[in-house]
Design a protein around this ligand. Structure first.
Ligand code: KIV
Ligand code: NA
Length: 270
């Protein structure tokens, strides 16, 4: 199976609509990527790995080193999906030049097809700068977790008219700047629908609307790895419960010496 490309993803939105929604999930490891890859169009190496993998309190402490290491693992574990790597907080905001240094390092060290960054109008110049220099950019507007300290939390965005208009302007700005797609996170549905209808590029929703051009979730959230998840997450399974049960069985068998059994034990040749 040949790997999808960024232009192919962008072209899936034709005359303002993506007929078959784009499927995106996060991936942080090679094995996880292998399992998700055949079913997805895009794999996102999200900076959500800060909380999910490293137990950090937010995405703010995530480093470029972490993103490069996990990005490379996901590229190695996938053959079909477009792999997109999040730019971590602090690595790109100061200037287009600084963003290019971080993004080019991600591209060179991971083999990913694109980077993602948070921000709308404020990042438009950076998006144009990177795209003109060979780095496709996915943008991320609405609830942008790296701005949690400015936003004051992770509550849904767009409930005031002012906020509503700002999010639409952000989406239009990143589309005009050359982003190939945009994630819209944690917004009231009318904004997600309006944005999807008003930009030429695919709009990927998370906590947004089924009318978006695609959907993304954090894989561990939708698998049921965590007790507490945002309201917009659907838990498709109870992986945490399965792991607990399995480990409980293992611990009991070790303690009562029924593991390892004869099948798992080497004996001298007869
Ligand atoms: O970091 C992440 O996982 C993300 C998605 C939730 C869009 O940015
Ligand atoms: Na992210």
């Amino acid at each position: 199976m040949k790997r999808l490309t960024v232009p192919k993803i962008k072209r899936r939105k034709f005359e303002g609509k993506t007929e078959e929604p784009l499927v995106m999930l996060t991936a942080y490891t090679a094995r996880q990527a292998q399992l998700l890859d055949p079913h997805c169009d895009m794999l996102l190496v999200g900076d959500s790995l800060g909380q999910v993998i490293y137990g950090l309190p937010s995405t703010l402490p995530v480093t470029l080193d972490m993103m490069c290491a996990h990005g490379a693992a996901v590229v190695r574990g996938s053959y079909h999906s477009v792999v997109i790597v999040d730019m971590p907080f602090g690595a790109y905001e100061a200037s287009p030049q600084i963003a290019f240094e971080a993004a080019s390092r991600i591209m060179a060290e991971t083999g990913a097809a694109a980077v993602k960054l948070e921000g709308g109008e404020a990042m438009a110049e950076t998006i144009a700068f990177l795209t003109a220099r060979g780095i496709p950019v996915m943008a991320h507007v609405g609830l942008t977790p790296q701005a949690v300290n400015v936003l004051g939390g992770y509550a849904a965005r767009g409930r005031s008219q002012q906020e509503h208009e700002k999010i639409i302007r952000d989406g239009q700005a990143v589309s005009d700047a050359g982003a190939f797609a945009v994630v819209v996170e944690g917004v009231i549905e009318p904004i997600a629908i309006a944005l999807t209808q008003s930009v030429e590029i695919p709009v990927i929703g998370i906590g947004a609307s089924a009318q978006c051009d695609g959907q993304v979730l954090v894989t561990e959230d939708m698998l049921g790895m965590f007790e507490r998840v945002p309201r917009f997450v659907k838990k498709y399974d109870d992986i945490a419960g399965m792991i607990e049960k399995t480990v409980e069985t293992y611990a009991r068998e070790v303690r009562d010496r029924s593991f390892p059994g004869p099948e798992q034990t080497y004996q001298p040749k007869k």
